[in-house]
Design a protein. Sequence first.
Length: 386
Amino acid sequence: MAVLLKAQDLTTNFYTYEGAVKALDKFSLSIDHGCTFGLVGESGCGKSVTVRSMLRVIQSPGVIEGGKVLFSEKADAEPVDLLALTEEEMESVRGDSISMIFQEPNAALNPVITIGDQVAESFLFHRVAEMSQKICDAIDSGESYGLLTPYYRAMLGVAAKNPKAPLLKFCSQVPFLKWWDKPVKKEALQRAIKIIGKLGIANPEEIVTRYPHNLSGGMKQRIVIAIALACHPTLLIADEATSNLDVTVQAQILQLLNDLKKESISSILLITHDLGVVAETCEKVGVMYAGTLCETGDVKDVFSTPLHPYTQALLTSVPKFNQEGELQSIEGSVPNLVNPPSGCRFHPRCPKAMDKCSTDKPELKELIPGHLVACHHADRVIGGLS
């Protein structure tokens, strides 16, 4: 299967007064076209930092130190390194080819702007080329063109040919073009109504006139999803999108994402700490610990035959219907990433650690077809299975 997004040796540090927090340490990950990928791990392990680094929205004092993020929007397209793009080029990717659903809808929504305007904003921002064509059609028909000075005629021609031109700002400054603003905004609002209705929200025509405080938590999360879907992204990233919702609404949102993937989205990257959600919704999974990827592969393989001690510990700590005795816990605590452990970052808490684990960082290797693990002890596990 063709690779959609591939992170290679992605390294991100946060420079604080205490020292450099090594949040991502040569992190590598691969997501295929048509795949729902779950990224799991404890709180603070670097899941959100990973996706924010991929989209280059790391805030100060964070710095992306190195690595590559290769993105192929189409299966047969040449991959593009997102970290090598200019900021202007990245703006055309975010919200268009790659969209993100944030964890807290109240923080993602503007309280003083209507729902309709917020959903339509993404369409207006990323569809400048379509709007340029509308002006070109107006020019061809002679509408308003004769009223423009030669300077504005030249500017209009440049704007129509260059999708990245600040067309909206230009049109708002030219009095003769204000007529053009209304039909475009009306079109964007109609599209917003259609998307909101598609997400199972009743009376979308009324919802677009409301403000975020008028909606419930589940409806706000649906609106955030609508904003992310406005431009039909190839990859949808859901960062703990259901963690603050009750179980019933959580199930509805997850089912909604699954249905949307079948209809219009190529792939979904689901960030969560809930192994049950991953088991129900994902085809592949990656397990993170302290800024590193421990294990990745098909969900069934990783959950039935975990090769990394950390993955094994996570699975044994999950309550079961036929639970006997006390739940198992992971001894120790997450390390301080200002001074992370040498070698394998999990070795101070690992019951199977060897001398080599404290000195040599394990490489992520494919020990079983499609099943990769970064552990010096995993070879012995494979030997035991055979």
